[in-house]
Design a protein around this ligand. Structure first.
Ligand code: ADP
Length: 423
């Protein structure tokens, strides 16, 4: 599979090089016009101006393409080299032949070619330019040894320039690529760190919330618990007295309700005390029952049925009980939130290989495929008063125990979450 990042950097490189090539080309043309028309008047001036103008037309196309963010004729580099060999050869021919200053254009052309294309293309261009210059020498008739020597020297220097230009360009290209890779790596690292930071911050927020809630619950339990205990003693005292039988019944009813309130308070305190990470032998079904016991106070529990289907093979597990309770409670509360009155939630357990699997199934509104991807991300919530931390924290807890929590499937009418724990 091609790396889009590399492809983008290739295009950036091509455009950057193209802009250098463009400037070199225009500068060459201006120098050419000056040479022909001002500095060094020659007899073939109209021809030379014509050839230079053809070059200028090509450079205009090149410029137009560049402005559109593209490289002109980038797929046919050898054709461009051929045109340049012809262009420089003709300019030199109509100028002063082998000694024409236009012969230096060969070097510029090779340099641009080296930074734009592969070494193979650059060496092929060198071959074309060598042929162009040799034909120029032939068309002007090599007369003495001096001409042959300058022809050979020119070919050697062009070859030399090609070699140097190609090596340098390769080095720059390689360095550029490495820098791009490093940059890419850095971006990935920063992204990972940011995510980690966000996650630990989310965990911290959750812990703080729980601590604050614990403090509040303990306060309420204390404030309400003491008067309740006093009322309860009074009721019992009164009950010992001689009263009408009907009165005894009523007092028994009051006492029953008081016991119920005390039990609720105990459960509230039990649930909100700081999470205990202690690993101990735990009966998973007892934890589920505990979670359901707390969930029954949830306002959205009304009119909904919770069924359990426990496997008798589940062994006791070595787990942090309170943490698992937090996970189960969160899954149950989410299921209650998702279902309408009359809805059903089914919790079942099973033993598979060396793992225990608990599934939480509800017949609620389901989760759309786009939301399923974000489900375990911190702060992802669709509820007006949600925190979006429940599933994220649950995932952390379960994975911290070597287990797995996942959404098995979800569509309107059925949502199934599963928690798998090692035995
Ligand atoms: P919160 O309950 O605060 O929104 P959670 O992390 O527990 O945070 O849940 C994130 C979101 O996942 C919920 O807002 C809800 O949109 C979706 N979700 C979780 N469980 C269920 C479920 N059983 N049915 C439908 N949606 C659910």
């Amino acid at each position: 599979m091609s790396d889009p990042y590399a492809a983008r950097s290739d295009l950036d490189w091509e455009l950057a090089v193209e802009s250098i090539a463009l400037r070199i080309r225009w500068f060459g043309l201006i120098v050419g016009y000056l040479l022909v028309n001002a500095l060094d008047p020659v007899e073939n001036r109209p021809y030379l101006n014509g050839i230079l103008t053809l070059g200028a037309v090509y450079a205009l196309f090149d410029l137009a393409w560049h402005w559109r963010g593209k490289a002109f004729l980038s797929r046919t580099p050898l054709f461009v080299s051929l045109m340049e060999a012809l262009f420089i050869g003709l300019l030199s021919h109509f100028d002063r032949g082998l000694d024409s200053p236009f012969r230096y254009y060969y070097f510029l052309s090779l340099l641009v070619c080296a930074i734009r294309y592969s070494p193979a293309v650059t060496y092929s261009t060198y071959a074309m330019h060598s042929m162009s210059y040799s034909m120029l020498a032939l068309s002007h008739g090599l007369i003495d040894r001096g001409d042959i020597v300058s022809l050979i020297l020119m070919l050697v220097f062009m070859g030399w320039g090609t070699w140097a230009g190609t090596s340098l360009a390769l080095l720059i290209r390689e360095t550029g690529r490495k820098l791009t890779d490093l940059n890419h790596e850095l971006e990935v690292r920063i992204e990972r760190r940011t995510r980690e930071l966000q996650q630990s911050q989310a965990l911290l927020v959750q812990q703080e919330k729980q601590a604050a809630f614990g403090l509040l619950a303990a306060g309420i339990a204390h404030e309400v618990g003491n008067p309740l205990a006093a009322i309860s003693s009074l009721v019992q005292l009164m009950n010992r007295k001689e009263l009408e039988p009907e009165m005894h019944d009523r007092l028994a009813l009051v006492d029953e309700q008081l016991i119920r309130i005390q039990k609720t308070l105990r459960e509230l305190v039990e649930f909100s005390r700081p999470g205990n990470n202690e690993i101990r032998t735990t009966d998973l079904h007892e934890v589920i029952e505990n979670a359901l016991n707390i969930a029954k106070y949830y306002k959205r529990k009304k009119g909904k049925k919770i069924e359990t289907h426990y496997s008798q093979e589940i062994p006791h597990l070595q787990i942090a009980r309170d943490r698992v309770l937090q996970v189960f409670l969160n899954l149950v509360l989410n299921a209650l939130d998702a279902t309408e009155e009359g809805g059903t939630i089914l919790i079942s357990t099973e033993l598979t290989d060396d793992k225990v699997r608990c599934t939480f199934k509800d017949d609620g509104h389901g989760i759309s495929p786009e939301r399923q991807i974000q489900l375990f991300e911190p702060y992802f919530t669709t509820k007006p008063t949600g925190t979006g931390l429940g599933l994220f924290v649950s995932k952390n807890i379960v994975e911290g125990m070597g287990g797995r929590i996942r959404l098995e499937h979800s569509h309107p009418g059925t949502t199934v979450f599963s928690v798998t724990l090692p035995t």
